[in-house]
Ligand binder design. Structure first.
Ligand code: NI
Length: 157
């Protein structure tokens, strides 16, 4: 065990999967993940510096079945909806407008908006916007509309 950090909720027994009484049931995942993960924060500035293309979301992290995707947008997208999930837009830079059938919302840097499941929407940005999308793995950017602006999923950076 590390003497630097005291992971006291798990203890030494946590590292022994056969020691059920000591917490061996739970820590399998924890052991595996702590071996895989680097202790480095994800830096949005660095991530946005890795690509220039617009309308092509890039996965930077996952949480359970959800993905965090950075994307740069400018201009008009297509009308679409996501029949199985809400979609979160967290704007990092610029101003995003999301049009709806009966109105629109402006989402500025430092703000976020959750588009409810099944609601038709169309993102628009006069100037380039940098944002973070949060949605379940497997969601296509164009919903079920298809077309040229459909981005490939699961592109990690
Ligand atoms: Ni959408």
């Amino acid at each position: 065990m590390s003497t630097f950090f005291n992971c006291s909720s798990l203890g030494d027994a946590a590292n022994d999967p056969t020691d059920v009484a000591g917490g061996g049931i739970i820590p399998h995942t924890i052991i595996r993940r702590s071996g895989d993960m680097g202790y480095e924060a994800i830096n949005f500035g660095k991530k946005f510096g890795l690509f220039d293309e617009q309308w092509q979301p890039k996965v930077i992290a996952e949480m359970n079945d959800y993905q965090f995707k950075v994307v740069k947008l400018q201009g008009d997208f297509i009308w679409h909806h996501h029949k199985d999930t809400d979609e979160t837009f967290l704007v990092m830079d610029g101003v995003l407008r999301i049009d709806f059938c009966d109105g629109a919302v402006h989402v500025s840097a430092g703000e976020m908006f959750v588009v409810p499941k099944g609601v038709e929407h169309k993102p628009f940005a006069e100037h380039e916007v940098k944002l973070l999308l949060i949605e379940p793995r497997g969601v296509l950017n164009t919903g079920h509309e298809g077309g040229d602006q459909t981005a490939q999923n699961d592109v990690w950076i």
